[in-house]
Ligand binder design. Structure first.
Ligand code: S3P
Length: 185
């Protein structure tokens, strides 16, 4: 990464378990960039898991911590950032992320996502669900407009593994003016 002119951030959004963190980590490795995950920032600062924060303080409190984490990571440059699945439902978060980054949506198939969710109890919005595929489909439909208007680029990940998605994103990053630094190109 160039010290003088780091590239813009690459921000990965999408439903929970869509592969944001795994893809983000792989993409960061490929580009030689740092990787940061807003859920992890929240968990580290709160000293409690996402599920514990939801249970003890409620979703509103979690969203306030998440908004603070978004502002913190959006102040950086040259990062690969993954944000929690609900972060871009708050337009203020989108404004901050857009100011310093390009936002890419990993659009994923609810059935494929559900197959990756081994422990729904760790995911508060799925914990009470009797039918994880149905709940994920509802969330995807309810969030489609917000996700699509926040995103500057969309990748349909159906049938792709994380390495393939990271490779597609790397190619996109190379094609996108101003996203990568001179050193990265
Ligand atoms: C949420 C997604 C989770 C986490 C929280 C709420 C959501 O993050 O922020 O459970 O509203 O979709 P991941 O998308 O990283 O699982």
């Amino acid at each position: 990464m160039s010290v003088i002119a780091p590239g813009r951030n690459i921000v990965i959004i999408g439903l929970m378990a869509a592969g944001k963190s795994t893809v983000g980590r792989l993409l960061a490795q490929r580009l030689g960039r740092p990787f940061v995950d807003t859920d992890k920032v929240v968990v580290d600062e709160a000293g409690a898991s996402v599920a514990e924060i939801f249970a003890a303080q409620g979703e509103r409190a979690f969203r306030a911590l998440e908004a603070a984490a978004v502002r913190q990571v959006a102040a950086l440059r040259g990062q690969v950032i993954s944000v929690g699945g609900g972060a871009v439902l708050d337009p203020g978060n989108v404004t901050h992320l857009r100011a310093t980054g390009d936002i890419v949506l990993l659009d994923a198939d609810p059935a494929e996502i559900a197959a990756r969710v081994r422990n729904p109890a760790k995911r508060p919005l799925l914990a009470e669900s009797a039918d994880v595929v149905a709940t994920l489909t509802e969330l995807r439909d309810a969030r489609a407009a917000a996700y699509r208007s926040a995103a500057t680029h969309i990748v349909d990940t159906k049938g792709m593994d994380s390495a393939a998605v990271a490779a597609v994103l790397e190619q996109w990053a190379h094609r996108t003016p101003g996203l990568l630094s001179k050193d990265e190109l």
